[in-house]
Ligand binder design. Structure first.
Ligand code: ADP
Ligand code: MG
Length: 230
């Protein structure tokens, strides 16, 4: 599904050079649900941004779903990002002026689907996160947990190969955190590949595999014997 070899990501240069990722090797198989943990500043978000094609690596090889990402042009990269990746952020990143349904429709602007079909697909995605009845609400009319569920629906709507979530429960109370975890686990059971950056051990316990990053390197990579089911 996804493989990186000797991946390096530097920010800046000369005396202010920061090596955020330091020769990382990693292979994620289709259908895995992986937690990425590690202290603040260890490179977790940088890794997600490179994996999510939001940013390019300085060195190394990245293959996603059969595509060698390093050799792509900007246009090709944004196409890969749009079709193969669903991104979920801590801060939801919904557009305030749009309804839940319109927010979920957004990633389909590049899709060939017609207007009616797009609306139907967005509605299906909202129903999947149990928010079909809130489709006409704007973000400020939704709770944090509901906003994040809209963001999950938006991430799913183009049926991406992989879901990347950077601290998805970082702004949520414990009840909403549970809802989101339950949703991720349901998607995992359907065979989705999911990577979740988190600093909460409770969240990591719900993932089959845990990868720890320290100073831009992988310091641990293990499988949970027992995964807590929600
Ligand atoms: P984490 O998500 O684990 O907290 P980050 O990936 O955000 O860590 O950051 C890793 C390192 O890279 C940190 O030292 C951070 O200061 C640095 N860094 C991240 N983004 C940038 C940037 N855009 N410019 C310069 N340095 C950055
Ligand atoms: Mg981060």
């Amino acid at each position: 599904m996804l493989e990186i070899q000797s991946l390096v990501k530097d920010y800046g240069e000369g005396e202010i050079l920061v090596r955020a990722l330091d020769h990382i090797d990693l292979k994620i198989n289709e259908g895995e649900m992986v937690a990425i943990i590690g202290p603040s500043g260890s490179g977790k978000s940088t890794l997600m941004n490179v994996l999510g094609c939001l940013d390019q690596a300085t060195e190394g090889i990245y293959e996603l779903d059969g595509v060698t990402v390093g050799s792509l042009s900007e246009d090709e990269l944004s196409e890969v990002r749009n079709k193969k990746i669903g991104f979920i952020f801590q801060s939801f990143n919904l557009l305030a002026k749009l309804t839940a349904l319109q927010n979920v429709e957004l990633p389909m602007v590049y899709a060939e689907a017609g207007r009616k079909e797009r609306k139907e697909m967005a509605m299906n995605a909202l129903e999947k996160v149990s928010l079909g009845d809130r489709h006409h609400h704007r973000p400020n009319q939704l709770s944090g947990g509901q906003k994040q569920r809209v963001a999950v629906a938006r991430a799913l709507v183009n049926t991406p190969a992989i879901l990347l979530a950077d601290e998805p429960t970082g702004n949520l109370d414990s009840k909403s955190t549970e809802d989101i975890l339950r949703l991720f686990q349901a998607l995992h059971r359907e065979g989705k590949t999911i990577l979740i950056v988190t600093h909460e051990t409770e969240v990591a316990k719900h993932c089959q595999r845990v990868i720890e990053i320290r100073d831009g390197k992988i310091s641990k990579d293990y499988y949970n014997k027992e995964v807590t089911q929600k």
